[in-house]
Write a protein that binds this ligand. Structure first.
Ligand code: AMP
Ligand code: MG
Length: 431
């Protein structure tokens, strides 16, 4: 899961960046060291949402399987269209979805056809019913139409136009969406081969932390990071393994790290990696494996550990996240999330940031990436703008709760004027 060893270069790269390593450098170092999971399993389609496709899906059929009508109307031969102005077309039959017209459509004849019904072989064009006048002459129906806009092939869906037989319909590495499930079903496929779910163990460290249900003595705080992390992991479709709160002591920490190695592919810890308190964590993590302690040029979330630890036969990729609640989320979204997808075997998909106008001036120091919590809104002129949530402290979790997007202020960027464009990533999309 992790290419050994994490090259010494990574440490060397850190030197010369007194302000910390640029975010992009850290992201690419992580990416270079991860090897995707190989194991597959087969699941039924109803269990496949948010799973990662392990093998390409090749279409066993054409979808649609036959040319069919895209609208309710009348199907005819396009050769008859050229002289249509004064032409009447004799209605010689009916095709509905699931029931084909069995006869033959001759010159200047047509059939009534409903959406989705199979086109007769001779016909290639559907005249929408709205454009048609119907006449009855001696018990026989005829249509006439005056539209000059009708062209050969109009309002017909072609066989295989959605998916062609023997062609890849979905590629391995795709995170399966509701649309994908429908698409797979349209091929008549009931089971798919997906990557095994990644197991991610996590725990919080800190003598001051209390779990829910416990009393809160002075100087203590409730552990919120475990809940945030659990939620973010669940949304990604990995298997979360909650290992609780661990005291700031080397023996408990070592025992928990060893247990996590046994249980999981990836370990996320929060707290205990900032400058002063990192010493024994550092010693211990080095004892168990190869771990780098990074100072990253970002705000929030400056300290982070990354590496691989081993206990007996077991090993796991480790992310030592900062303790502050907002820093945890930022580090998760911008380092852990892409790494988990990469380990899970998901094909690479960058989140596409959007550029929007900032409704306010924002102070920003060049030389670090800042992740501010933003609210994307529509102003009175109907233009999309973003403003920053009240307090941006790295411990202010309500700023994250209130926000609907992340505002990303780039490494080299300085102060932002009101009305200038900034990069954002919305929290929620449609899928
Ligand atoms: P640390 O990195 O351990 O020094 O923690 C930095 C700050 O984050 C301290 O104020 C901690 O109390 C706080 N913190 C650390 N872990 C958690 C947690 N699991 N839940 C809430 N706050 C935390
Ligand atoms: Mg701590």
């Amino acid at each position: 899961m992790l290419k050994p060893p994490l090259s010494e270069i990574t440490q060397t790269q850190a030197n010369g960046h007194s302000n910390g390593l640029p975010v992009a450098t850290v992201q690419s170092l992580i990416q270079q060291h991860l090897l995707p999971l190989q194991e597959h399993e087969t699941v039924g389609l109803t269990d496949a949402l948010n799973r990662i496709l392990a093998i390409d899906i090749i279409s066993p059929i054409h979808v649609p399987a036959y040319d069919n009508a895209a609208m309710d109307g009348y199907a005819l031969r396009s050769a008859d269209l050229s002289n249509h102005t004064n032409t009447k077309y004799q209605v010689v039959g009916l095709a509905v979805a699931g029931k084909k017209f069995n006869g033959e459509v001759q010159e200047n004849q047509c059939i009534r056809i409903m959406t989705g019904a199979q086109m007769p072989d001779e016909c290639n064009t559907v005249i929408p019913q709205e454009l048609v006048t119907l006449q009855k002459i001696e018990e026989q129906e005829y249509i006439a139409f005056t539209s000059h806009h009708i062209q050969a092939g109009d309002n017909r869906r072609l066989k295989g136009e959605d998916l062609a037989k023997d062609k890849p319909a979905l590629l391995a590495g795709k995170l399966l969406s509701p649309a994908d499930l429908g698409l797979i079903a349209s091929l008549g496929i009931a089971e798919v081969s997906v990557k095994r779910k990644l197991r991610v163990a996590f725990f919080s460290t800190g003598d001051e932390l209390r779990s829910l249900g416990e009393a809160l003595p002075e100087g203590c705080v409730y552990d919120s990071n475990r809940y945030t992390i659990q939620g973010m992991l669940q949304k990604m479709g990995v298997t979360p393994i909650d290992l609780g709160v661990v005291k700031d002591d080397p023996i408990s920490l070592e025992a928990t790290l060893r247990e996590a190695c046994k249980l999981a592919d990836v370990i996320l810890t929060s707290g205990g990696v900032s400058g002063g308190d990192a010493d024994y964590t550092r010693t211990l993590m080095h004892k168990l494996g190869y771990v780098l302690f990074w100072k990253i040029a970002m705000r929030p979330g400056r300290p982070m550990a990354f590496g691989k630890i081993t206990s007996g036969e077991d090993s796991a990729v480790l992310f030592g996240l900062p303790g502050n609640p907002v820093a945890v989320m930022v580090a998760f979204y911008f380092f852990v999330r892409p790494a988990l997808y990469q380990l899970s075997g998901r094909s690479k998909t960058e989140i596409q940031p959007m550029q929007v106008t900032s409704a306010q001036a924002i102070r920003k120091k060049p030389g670090r990436t800042e992740y501010q919590r933003g609210i994307l809104f529509m102003n009175e002129q109907g233009q999309q703008q973003v403003r920053i949530t009240g307090s941006q402290g790295s411990g202010i979790l309500s700023s994250m709760s209130e926000a609907n997007c992340m505002v990303i202020l780039q490494h080299d960027q300085g102060d932002i004027a009101a009305g200038a464009s900034v990069e954002i990533i919305p929290f929620e999309g449609l899928l």
